[in-house]
Design a protein around this ligand. Structure first.
Ligand code: FUL
Length: 499
């Protein structure tokens, strides 16, 4: 275990005299030449999110909508030669999509405006391979417009997925020509529909005709977004939000939002990552050992994308294979509960509706979470002892920044059993905690009930039900003075009865 205690003496002083004025680094930081390891850690602890990244992180649960000609051809990757005549979702109801997803707790929806097959869900001027050539609404329809209107109606955030890889576009593989075409498509999406909150650049990529490789002009794409939608986050091959590295719904237990992984797809970023031997799938993206080798670090938080069904697109054969409530809850704990944002894919079917089976699982998950979060057993209980000097009661949760020590004790405000702990760091001050322990005292005996490494924006832990007279949270290793904004305890609905 790294000894944080000597540093604490400094921190205590630092915190009294200087903490509020400490230098923070929004977005990224280049280390000075030849810093010591301690300096690197202390600096990395002060890298903070851009405002757009902070707001995105607070969404916690977001939804993906995979919808295209694939919905009608039973395929996952269209070849690009599908006839637009196939696209005809006669009962399409974007209000139903947004209502259901909002009831499930989703705060943003991201739609595949164009998947790898190149078919555009809006009447683009760049190609005839779009809804305008389909029988749906006699070619007068616009899925993006209808979805955006529904989002505005219900107060839902809105994002677009525009596949860089395009198996229909003639210019694909002729790099300058295709980049111009792609920029025109992006421009339409970013100027025709009002506010866009996330732009999702898929990393999946294939060869163009004749084996030609397309070289994307990432910097031009990023510049365009910063100009047209300055508050939108760019994801995956983008610079603000990182792919967690799996599509299973499970993030890392140790998840740093401050990474040595350089964001985006530019040649500079690729060269940095290659020299460090890392990519989005690497097990370690932010440990102290990795910082030792890195020249710079970035606020680059994880997004967990996973489908509610085996496929990304709707297939009738998968109606019986929708993930159940228990599985969705497990995914919630392994994504939102591991310092990431969940991006749960719920593909509309060929009627243009979210299927009844998907709705059942989504609403089941929501009901379980509402029940779980009904009572915070620590609400109203003030931490005491070393480290509790500036404790404050938040509106919903107990929050404090330990001044002189990293240990705080609580007497639960409500004496009842609990089996879930929620911890949050105030990430506007950076991500700092490296290790923590939660202990419970019962009959004068202290037992460890949970241990963990990183916290970040949110860490959720599950354990067998415990009833305690006193609870102790110890931050046993931290890169700088920790700022804990939430410590809360809950009981899962299935454990509510004691027998
Ligand atoms: C992948 C794509 O190839 C899949 O079809 C899907 O869109 C997934 C979210 O990303 O890279």
């Amino acid at each position: 275990m790294k000894l944080w205690l000597p540093a604490l003496v400094m921190m205590a002083c630092f915190s009294c005299c200087n903490d509020r004025n400490e230098k923070l680094y929004p977005g990224s930081l280049v280390f000075p030449v030849q810093p010591t390891q301690g300096v690197k850690e202390a600096m990395a602890a002060r890298v903070v999110p851009h405002q757009r990244q902070l707001e995105w992180q607070q969404l916690e649960m977001t939804a993906f909508l995979h919808f295209s000609v694939n919905t009608f051809t039973d395929r996952e990757w269209g070849a690009g030669d599908e006839s637009p005549a196939l696209f005809n979702p006669v009962s399409l109801d974007t209000d139903q999509w947004v209502r259901v997803l909002q009831e499930a707790g989703m705060k943003m929806v991201i739609i595949t405006a164009k998947h790898h097959d190149g078919f555009c869900l809006w009447p683009t001027k760049t190609t005839s391979h779009s809804v305008a050539s389909s029988p749906w609404k006699e070619g007068k329809g616009d899925v993006i417009r209808e979805l955006k209107d529904a989002c505005d109606k219900y107060g839902m955030k809105f994002g677009v997925y525009l596949s860089p890889w395009d198996r229909n576009a003639e210019s694909y593989g002729n790099s300058p020509a295709y980049n111009r075409f792609y920029i025109e498509q992006l421009t339409e999406l970013l100027t025709w529909y009002g506010k866009v909150d996330e732009v999702w650049f898929d990393g999946a990529n294939g060869e163009g005709p004749d084996g030609r490789t397309q070289i994307y002009d990432w910097q031009a794409f990023y510049d365009l977004i910063r100009k047209l939608q300055p508050d939108a986050v760019t994801a995956i091959m983008g610079e603000d939000v990182r792919w967690v590295g799996t599509e299973s719904g499970y993030g890392r237990e140790t998840e740093w939002s401050v990474t040595a992984l350089a964001p985006g797809g530019t040649t500079e970023s690729l060269a940095i990552n290659e020299s460090l031997g890392i990519d989005a799938m690497s097990r370690d993206l932010g440990s102290s050992e990795l910082l030792q080798k890195a020249g710079s670090v970035y606020w680059y938080p994880a997004e967990v994308d996973v489908s509610i069904r085996p496929g990304w697109f709707w297939h009738a054969s998968q109606d019986s294979l929708v993930k159940d409530v228990e599985k969705l809850i497990d995914i919630y704990f392994s994504s939102v509960g591991r310092n990431a944002v969940l991006l749960l894919n719920v593909p509309p079917d060929n009627r243009g509706l979210i299927h009844e089976n998907d709705i059942r699982s989504l609403l089941g998950m929501r009901a379980w979470l509402d029940d779980l979060y009904g009572t915070d057993l620590l609400k109203g209980s003030r931490p005491y002892g070393r480290g509790a000097s500036n404790a404050t009661d938040g509106d919903n949760t107990t929050s404090w920044s330990p001044k002189r020590s990293y240990v705080a004790s609580f007497v639960p405000a409500i004496v009842a059993r609990f089996d879930v702990a929620m911890l949050q760091e105030d990430i506007t001050r950076g991500q700092r905690v490296e290790k923590f322990v939660i202990e419970a005292r019962s009959d004068n005996q202290w037992d460890t009930i949970a241990t963990g490494t990183t916290i970040g924006y949110k860490r959720l832990l599950r354990f067998p039900p415990v009833k305690a007279d006193e609870i102790r949270l110890s931050i046993t290793s931290s890169r700088a003075m920790p700022h804990i904004s939430t410590f809360a305890l809950f009981l899962s609905p299935e454990n509510e009865s004691e027998d």
